[in-house]
Ligand binder design. Sequence first.
Ligand code: 3PG
Length: 219
Amino acid sequence: MPTAADTGQPTLEAILRRGPVLPVVTIADPATAVPLARALLAGGIAVIEVTLRTAAAAEAIRRIRAEVPAMIVGAGTVLSPAQLDLARELGAAFAVSPGVTPGLLDAAAASPVPLLPGIATASEAMLLLERGLSLAKFFPAAAAGGPALLRALAGPFPELRFCPTGGIDAGNAAAYLALSNVICVGGSWLAPADAVAAGDWRRIETLARAARALRGEPG
Ligand code: 3PG
């Protein structure tokens, strides 16, 4: 199976390095997908994770890919090999799962879509290392132990790099981004449900710009 690098697609690491924030969006109305993606892009955020939690998610991914080609679109909340297949069919550049199972890791090893698997423990870290993987979502970041847990994992697992997600916002993101084993942070705070429902794209652009500024110049 060709890797992302073989096919000329950006690697998962390159995608995550675009950050510093990976917006996690759950889209109820596919008509909001394109203006939402444009607002994030206008604010300097060029990667988006659309969770596969709604009936609108697939159409949202299709529309963003078709109408906002500069936006790198991933599929989130991938829980099963079938959903990883769906991510591939939709042309997602990457997939994100909240946890890991051997079955999902097997499917990911055979898929051209790079998977960012979620972990929160040392045992799960070891499961990834057994598979030769070094990038993980750290989920649910705040509830699982926050920056202190990530700092503790850096000792035995110096090769692992994390995208902490879950309970992160503009107020605490910098504390995560300052850690040597954090490549970016994820979160839903860039696209508040009320702003999306009201079509307040200006607010989302402003939130994106502030998020973009969390780590200096473009990476
Ligand atoms: C999620 O799965 O919903 C993401 O981890 C986002 O979490 P957040 O809403 O706490 O940012």
